[in-house]
Design a protein. Structure first.
Length: 407
């Protein structure tokens, strides 16, 4: 009976190809758009955390506990306090990056203003900070350089170009005066955000200028996968075993960013919920159409002796097959699009790019390939389709063959 019912259900689907295609398309298109939304949203979070947060502040950050409340060089740490080799042996750790961050009054001619100073390791940070992609004039720093790289915004403010020099004066380690005159080697395109007012120096030169040899403001620890972050942080804290050092995750360093991502995620879930409602009503309309078109057919089959139980079983099999085909079609439509934009993110422009850069993010838009997103959303769409399909089953249960055939 089950095999016959399955065969009958399959034939019933294709007796009216237009109706079958409409039902499949309504489910497939609904799933397609929900997947586009969620994959894009989650990709944006991971991309910005991996490519921006990890480079600027690290997944994990090791600093002196006093530096958290007072970011001055007197609260910096020495390399001997941080066992870099042992940290790299922790499973999941990808790299350890030393950083030297401070600030100084920079001037040329009659113009001056305060600017951040970031001492970097050119071999590591030119790539991790994507300075190579942002370079607009000149060249990037090399190890041992006694020159600087500034931003377009600073070059415009000071009205300087390559070869010109900036005078820098600031507060060094333990009260020493930090001062120097540095030629401009390169100019990078960083028009907005906090990083647009930043002077980049070789880390050893920055330490020399601020009279802080072998001192660092923080060590950035990056991991291969963000899911490993809690375990790595726990092992790192045990390895430090030093009350003067603090290990913080990027969520603790930038709580505002974490809250912003959470709020954005909730808004995305709200939009997905609205889409689910639209999907539900769309599929429900299709089911109502199917029942009204087949009402006479159901009446005839019931009148000639087919039990309502078997009629409901056959109809439910039809609906299940249509739902399954719709889900599979939606997944097949979404995956190539997701894959393409995962490998080829779109570089945004205009106000959208400016807003992203003001928050310190790279202005790219792409899509993820998260298996759990495919499974979860396919299951939700499938459940919605099943629930609204109960309308037809209930209508068949209360079917009056005579009235159905008259209609």
């Amino acid at each position: 009976m089950n095999r016959q019912s399955l065969k009958l259900a399959w034939r019933n689907i294709w007796r009216n190809k237009r109706r079958a295609f409409i039902t499949i398309a309504s489910i497939a298109i609904s799933l397609f758009f929900v997947l586009m939304l969620r994959q894009m949203q989650l990709w944006t979070y991971d991309f910005n955390i991996k490519n921006t947060v990890s480079a600027q502040i690290g997944y994990l950050q090791i600093t002196d506990s006093l530096y958290i409340d007072e970011e001055i060089l007197d609260n910096s740490i020495s390399e001997e306090q941080v066992p870099v080799k042992k940290i790299l042996e922790i499973p999941g750790v990808s790299e350890v990056i030393p950083r030297f961050a401070s600030g100084a009054l920079t001037s040329t001619g009659l113009k001056s203003k305060y600017a951040g100073v970031l001492g970097i390791n050119p071999e590591l940070d030119n790539k991790s900070l994507k300075l190579d992609r942002k370079l607009s004039k000149g060249a990037l720093l090399s190890t041992g350089d006694r020159s600087i790289v500034i931003t377009d915004k600073m070059a415009e403010f000071y009205q300087v170009s390559l070869g010109d020099s900036l005078v820098m004066i600031g507060m060094g380690y333990q009260g020493y005066t930090a001062a120097g005159i540095y030629p401009i080697k390169g100019i990078i395109d960083m028009q907005v955000g906090e990083m647009s007012n930043m002077v980049y120096m070789d880390i050893s030169e920055a330490q020399y200028m601020f009279a802080a040899p072998d001192r660092y403001t923080q060590f950035l620890v990056n991991v291969d996968e963000q899911k490993d972050l809690p375990v790595v942080k726990k092992q790192l804290a045990e390895l430090m075993n030093n009350s003067t050092l603090e290990v913080r995750s990027w969520q603790e360093v930038l709580p505002g960013l974490k809250q912003g991502l959470e709020i954005d995620s909730y808004s995305g879930q709200l939009i997905a919920g609205i889409l689910y409602m639209i999907v539900g009503f769309g599929i429900f309309g299709t089911i109502v159409m199917m029942y009204n078109e087949r009402q006479f057919e159901f009446g005839v089959m019931s009148a000639i002796g087919m039990s309502k139980k078997r009629l409901m079983v056959v109809t439910m099999m039809e609906l299940l097959m249509l739902i399954l085909m719709g889900i599979v079609t939606g997944l097949l439509l979404a995956f190539p699009v997701n894959y393409h934009y995962n490998k080829n993110p779109i570089l945004m422009g205009g106000e959208t790019a400016k807003a992203a850069m003001e928050k310190g993010f790279d202005p790219y838009l792409g899509m993820g390939l998260y298996p759990d997103v495919y499974v979860a959303n396919a299951a939700v769409i499938g459940c919605i389709a099943l629930v609204v399909s109960l309308y037809m089953i209930m209508k068949i249960w209360g079917l009056d063959p005579i009235k159905a055939m008259r209609k």
